[in-house]
Design a protein. Structure first.
Length: 112
């Protein structure tokens, strides 16, 4: 009888572990290496991931296109270009349709 109880407990434990596989994963930041600056003409898109319990830094992932090469890179969010992008993203209220305003801001004309 004792053996049956141990087997039933073990099976229940296996089912619980199989049901929650994400509990065993160790979350971390997506960005481990950062670039300091990218010319805006090469930036095609960006993704801003706010600070969370998994990562204590705001992460900025840029899609960069140079010629026929397309690649992703992490921009340092603590330097000027990163802070400007975050400020713009907050100003447009995270509106995906207006992302282009942050990548290529309009120039304001100054009166002569």
């Amino acid at each position: 009888m004792n053996c049956k109880l141990q087997i039933a407990t073990l099976l229940a434990l296996i089912l619980v572990c199989a049901h929650f596989p994400e509990a065993s994963a160790v979350p971390r930041c997506l960005c481990l290496n950062f670039i300091e600056c990218v010319p805006k003409k090469f930036v095609k898109d960006f993704l801003i991931i706010p600070k969370s319990s998994h990562c204590t830094k705001t992460q900025i992932i840029l899609t960069i296109s140079k010629g026929s090469r397309v690649m992703e890179a992490c921009l340092n969010s603590e330097l000027d270009q990163g802070m400007e992008l975050i400020t713009c993203w907050n100003r447009i209220n995270h509106d995906i349709g207006r992302k282009e305003e942050c990548i290529r801001p309009r120039r304001t004309r100054t009166p002569k």
